[in-house]
Design a protein around this ligand. Structure first.
Ligand code: SAM
Ligand code: SF4
Length: 313
């Protein structure tokens, strides 16, 4: 699956549901309503679509949401995805429920777990997520690491909220041997009204880090969303990355497609167009994919009013 710009589409973000048990301020308000799971793809439909997509070149699937661990059939879905011949199966979660799933996940093909953690301070974590579960999340991050998963932390940088904690996150990375990725807040959904007040660029963060740490650039795959550094200070070594979707978009090398829980395949996070791929034969799906990837821009579209939990972050 290759488009007219030479991009190969090998990665799929699979949005299991839009519901969540947190209310991160840039993602959704307290009174957010969610779609009914009865109208979502069934386990069999997910199985069939992902099987066809893997035949068409998808090699990596990352399960996301909303909060994917809230899906009542999460285990059945993961069991089906584990049967596919993928190079990588990953999960993006807020980790509130992760401890309950660790024994199951160890038996599955999930190897990579990305976890959102926007603050290392209890009060600030609560302010950002609107939930009182800082210690649970922190414990579950360490539990996942101790159980052998490749854990990455996603931290959305925000001026006047958590930007002052950047160095604490580098120490956290060094102490726990966990990669921390600093995300630029995106002009997506509920992030838009917070953008001017809280946006921090990757360059601003790097400037701040360089005052106290040595940065060594790491080699990354061409389609990586992040650019990474090994940061050193005294006897500390932090593995950090930046996802600079606003100031250094990676659209021209993007290898990702997105499948919503309604069975709509979307070419891009910023394009609100997609095609329903449910109940398509492998042949029909191949033709649909050709049309779909034609609609994938190779440049960054400025903003998208659709919320991140609907798109699947
Ligand atoms: N609930 C899971 C979680 O939080 O990890 C998975 C879904 S969440 C939508 C995926 C990622 O999107 C999270 O790391 C979150 O911080 C990020 N995100 C959501 N809204 C964002 C925004 N406006 N700008 C940047 N990142 C955002
Ligand atoms: Fe939930 Fe993830 Fe959105 Fe936070 S970023 S509200 S955890 S879906």
């Amino acid at each position: 699956m290759q488009d007219r710009y030479g991009r190969k589409f090998t990665k799929l973000r699979l949005n299991l549901l839009d519901a969540c048990n947190m209310r991160c301020l840039y993602c959704m308000p307290e009174n957010q309503t969610f779609s009914n799971l009865e109208n979502s793809l069934s386990v069999d439909e997910i199985k069939s679509i992902t099987q066809s997509l893997s035949l068409s070149g998808i090699e990596e699937i990352r399960i996301t949401g909303g909060e994917p661990l809230l899906h009542p059939k999460f285990k059945q879905i993961v069991n089906e995805l584990s049967k596919l011949s993928l190079k990588k199966l990953g999960l993006t979660t807020n980790a509130i429920l992760l401890d309950k799933y660790i024994p199951f996940l160890k038996e599955s093909n999930i190897t990579h777990i990305n976890i959102s953690l926007d603050s290392l301070k209890e009060a600030s974590f609560k302010f950002i997520t609107k939930r009182d579960c800082f210690h649970k999340v922190l414990d579950n991050i360490l539990l996942a690491k101790a159980n052998g998963f490749i854990v990455k932390i996603n931290m959305v940088m925000m001026k006047n909220l958590n930007f002052e904690e950047i160095e604490d996150f580098l120490k956290f990375s060094s102490d726990n041997d966990i990669e921390v990725r600093f995300l630029e807040m995106m002009k997506v959904g509920h992030g838009i009204p917070h953008f001017d007040r809280h946006f921090v660029s990757a360059d601003d963060a790097i400037k701040k880090i360089k005052k106290g740490w040595n940065l060594k650039k790491m080699q990354m795959p061409k389609d990586s969303t992040s650019f990474n550094y090994m940061a050193g200070k005294e006897n500390m070594k932090a593995n950090i990355g930046f996802i600079a979707s606003e100031t250094k978009p990676f659209c021209s090398d993007c290898s990702r497609l997105r499948l919503t829980n309604k069975g709509v395949l979307r070419p891009c996070m910023m394009v609100n167009e997609g095609v329903s791929v449910n109940n398509k034969s492998d042949e029909d799906l191949k033709l649909t994919l050709q049309e779909l990837i034609y609609k994938k821009p190779n440049y960054r579209i400025e903003q998208n009013p659709l919320t991140m939990n609907e798109i699947g972050g």
